[in-house]
Design a protein around this ligand. Structure first.
Ligand SMILES: [Zn+2]
Length: 302
């Protein structure tokens, strides 16, 4: 966890706020709920012996800190706090129509787009790894937004350190192949090289081979899941919605978020689209918060 104290140097480097900042919808009630602006001063970080003894004072200080962070990053509202992780993990099965032959008999990793839950949560997943924006890391850390990164080696190998910093913030790094190919066009052995080869890279660079894998473009066949299973993969989540810097795309006809939906976006910046990672996250967070959803950690449900 990050200390509560904000670094002035970091603050000065925060990205330019969006045009909508003036319309910040922080209600009086919300502000009152976090101590009416008279929250205790910078505490000595989480878990240390010097933190305020009164849990309510701590909570108020934490909330005030989040309100300030939401304002600093130009959000319409403070992101909702996710519920505690489920005591019993949901049973994950393949989405209907997304199974392969032998799925059940061979106990292959399920491909799914939504986690079965009634909680109003969505899961943020970010793919590939081309853009390595330090402001994005600060934003997510200051707002305490959990997410999962699916990395493809050819895009991350020039700066593993960026993703190690992400990992140190509690983000899970998962497998998205070595070179991001269209997997169904490859033989079983070639697919295995792509997936298991990335497992080896991740173990070496990040200390751990993941159990979660996402096929590039969401394309796979039976060999993909068989190869993935052979190198320790248990889950193959894809996504139900995709957020871009300027719009959303939906897999389902109803074009809306559902409890447990997995949302995809990409590590992209101005080279790829008309905005930064921070702009993209602002779009994502403003919508999910306005629709009553919190962002939860995918791994807590797997
Ligand atoms: Zn990808």
């Amino acid at each position: 966890m990050r200390a509560v104290v904000q670094n002035d140097k970091n603050r000065a480097r925060v990205a330019k706020p969006a045009a909508g900042t003036a319309a910040l919808a922080l209600t009086a009630a919300l502000l009152a709920g976090c101590g009416g602006g008279s929250a205790p001063g910078p505490a000595a970080g989480h878990g240390g012996p010097a933190r305020p003894a009164d849990p309510r004072a701590r909570q108020a200080a934490e909330h005030a800190r989040l309100v300030a962070a939401a304002r600093r990053w130009g959000l319409d509202r403070v992101p909702r706090t996710p519920p505690a992780p489920p005591a019993r993990k949901p049973v994950i099965t393949p989405r209907d129509g997304f199974e392969v032959d032998g799925q059940e008999e061979e106990d292959l990793p399920p491909v799914f787009t939504t986690v079965p839950t009634r909680q109003k949560v969505v899961f943020l997943t970010i793919d590939d790894g081309a853009e390595k924006d330090p402001a994005f890391l600060r934003m997510m850390s200051e707002l305490k937004i959990p997410y999962t990164a699916f990395l493809s080696n050819y895009l991350v190998k020039d700066d593993y350190g960026y993703f190690r910093r992400m990992q140190a913030e509690g983000v899970t790094l998962d497998n998205h192949t070595l070179t991001h190919p269209y997997l169904p066009g490859l033989s079983y052995e070639e697919q295995k090289d792509e997936i298991c080869g990335m497992q080896t890279v991740m173990k070496k660079q990040f200390g751990k081979a993941p159990t979660v894998f996402r096929p590039p473009y969401g394309n796979y066949n039976g060999d993909t899941l068989r190869a993935a299973k052979s190198c320790g993969i248990k889950y193959a989540p894809i996504w139900d919605e995709e957020v871009f810097v300027d719009h959303w795309e939906y897999r389902d006809w109803d074009r809306s978020l559902h409890p447990g939906d997995i949302v995809l976006t990409h590590f992209r910046g101005r080279d790829d689209w008309d905005g930064t990672m921070v702009d993209d996250m602002r779009r994502f967070l403003n919508k999910v918060t306005a629709e009553g959803y919190a962002v939860a950690r995918l791994e807590d449900y797997l």
